[in-house]
Design a protein around this ligand. Structure first.
Ligand code: IMP
Length: 427
């Protein structure tokens, strides 16, 4: 009963959407298990270019059932918008299921996300402002509203009233914001219930049945391991678990079902929002990477901070996820850079360290120790065979493989499905 996890190995935006779309051709189920519409997964195919925030990137393969697990927080308006967009281009959306246990991002979560960020001032996390953090807070605080609650609005009403009273007291008392009326929020719930009802399902059963039948499941990670609530650069993290453990919790999946963990790593590093980034390039090289790769957020449009590949951070991701195969993306962005640099260790308080520190404060004090490799001039964009890569690009990829300590399965050389070098089959 094989499930394969696609995990972001850095700070998100590694190009997971393209990888999921590529691998989904051999899958029966593609499942999102964490995060919300703070994620943005880009897929390009014959139907156009799509930026998904919630719908799993496998939706374009007709044999695939797409599942949004209980670990995801769902903004119903965003989900409905994506469903409509897919219907417009003729995609069958009956293959989409959303867990009745998944929590809703409510309008007050979006407002509170903004108010809390403003209140943080220069310590702002740089959240995507989509209400994701406040929704997970309410989940843990047992004040959350789940998609399943939309199926019994009568039972929801008194709970919603109590929750809204509490939220309004915070909005007005702490932040001086505008309170929500029960009527406006309840009306929105009614509208969502009507339109989302056909998609709401106990998805853990779908997943277990698929496993029992020996079907193949792809677990689509969102964000990156270094944004993980526990394993990331706390407090500059998201509020969920992008690491592989999150997949088990976020779908009701037994850990023994996970056969392969594919870590997706961009050939360089990016980060969006606040928090330390040891290899950050604030010079012309960083700008050149950003412009060539169009490193601007899919969700917020913000410029991403760019830097060289950080093997200390990447190795840590390999460790906490048990990554057993790596995927290298956007290698073509480094075409023409001389040299290409890899951070192999940090200098911290006068000592060379090879482990990733546990706090953002410590990481902020780390400076990179670089290893320089010769660059290459011949373009690698669109290549589909390992042998066609310039020898220097092969050497770079091999060195990353060595530093990660796990074999490379795929190299992505462009946004389209076919722009992929398959080194090993995923099985
Ligand atoms: P939140 O998830 O919106 O609360 O944002 C918390 C941090 O995670 C911020 O630094 C965001 O920029 C970052 N973040 C959240 N989702 C993504 C993503 O999909 N890609 C990259 N960064 C993200």
């Amino acid at each position: 009963m094989p499930a394969y996890a696609i995990i972001g190995g850095q700070w998100g935006d590694e190009g997971k959407g393209k990888v999921v779309d590529y691998l989904a051709r051999d899958m029966h189920i593609v499942a999102r298990y964490s995060g919300g519409n703070n994620a943005g997964h880009t897929v390009m195919n014959e139907k156009g270019q799509f930026a998904f925030h919630l719908v799993p990137s496998g939706i374009f393969w007709p044999q695939v059932t797409c599942v949004i697990g209980n670990g995801v927080v769902v903004d119903p308006d965003v989900l409905l918008n994506e469903i409509e967009g897919l219907q417009k281009v003729g995609v069958d959306v009956h293959r989409l299921q959303v867990s009745d246990r998944a929590h809703l991002i409510m309008p007050y979560h979006i407002l509170l996300d903004r108010l809390e960020e403003e209140a943080r001032g220069h310590r702002a996390i740089g959240t995507t402002g989509k209400g994701v953090g406040p929704a997970y807070e309410d989940k843990a605080g047992r004040r959350g509203i789940r998609l399943g609650d939309l199926l019994d609005l009568e039972a929801l009403l008194p709970r919603l009233k109590a929750i809204l009273d509490y939220k309004n007291r915070i909005i007005t008392g702490v932040y001086g914001g505008r309170p929500f009326t029960l009527e406006e929020v309840y009306e929105r719930c009614r509208g969502w219930a009507e339109r989302l009802r056909p998609f709401i399902a106990p998805v853990e059963i779908t997943v277990r049945q698929a496993l029992a039948q020996g079907q193949r499941i792809l677990l689509e990670g969102a964000q990156g391991s270094l944004l993980d609530l526990d394993h990331g650069t706390y407090p500059y993290v998201t509020s969920s678990y992008p690491t592989v453990g999150g997949a088990c919790i976020g779908l009701g999946l037994p850990p023994s079902a996970v056969q392969g963990v594919l870590g997706v790593f961009k050939a360089y590093t990016t980060r969006v929002g606040g928090g330390p980034l040891p290899t950050e390039l604030t010079d012309a090289t960083g700008d050149a990477i950003r412009e060539r790769a169009w490193e601007y957020g899919t969700t917020t449009g913000r410029p991403r901070r760019c830097g060289w590949f950080d093997a200390v951070a990447a190795r840590y991701s390999v460790m906490v996820n048990g990554v057993n195969m790596a995927v290298l993306t956007r290698l073509d962005v480094l075409d023409g850079f001389h040299p290409v640099r890899i951070c192999t260790a940090y200098r911290l308080n006068g000592k060379v360290v090879e482990h990733f520190p546990s706090s953002a404060a410590l990481l902020a004090k780390c400076t990179p120790v670089y290893e320089d490799l010769p660059g290459w001039d011949r373009p690698t964009a669109g290549l589909t065979r390992w042998d066609d890569l310039p020898p220097q690009a092969q050497r770079y990829a091999k060195r990353l493989e060595e530093l990660l300590g796990c074999p490379l399965a795929l190299i992505s050389t462009g946004p389209h499905r076919h722009e992929t070098i398959e080194i090993r089959r995923i099985n």
